[in-house]
Design a protein around this ligand. Structure first.
Ligand SMILES: [Zn+2]
Length: 102
């Protein structure tokens, strides 16, 4: 069995397989953050993210402070895995332990 290209793997596999920001960048993910309080959407620069927080940072299941002035909300991360429709984002959750079928 050979290596299966990332863009040919199913959405459920990508969403259940947390990887670091450097690996997400390598695989071609597009990532954004959304505030749960004010709905602000921000595109995440993966180069900057890896430089500021280290290449091993994992965004799945994490939140960060909202970047809008005066908002006390938290932002969660969403992503478009390689091979998926550009412009559609899925929430990056911490997997519950169950593994999707390949
Ligand atoms: Zn906010």
């Amino acid at each position: 069995m050979g290596f299966r290209r990332y863009e040919n793997r199913p959405l459920a596999w990508h969403l259940a397989t947390p990887v670091s920001v450097s690996e997400m960048r390598r695989r071609g993910w597009v990532v954004m953050a959304r505030c749960q309080a004010c709905q602000l959407d921000l595109r995440i620069d993966m180069d900057l993210m890896a430089r500021l927080n280290g290449p091993d940072l994992v965004l799945f299941g994490r939140t960060c402070r909202c970047r809008r002035m005066g908002c006390a909300g938290r932002m969660f991360f969403m992503g478009t895995p390689p091979g998926q429709q550009v412009g559609l984002f899925w929430r990056l959750r911490k997997p519950d332990g169950s593994r999707p079928a390949l």
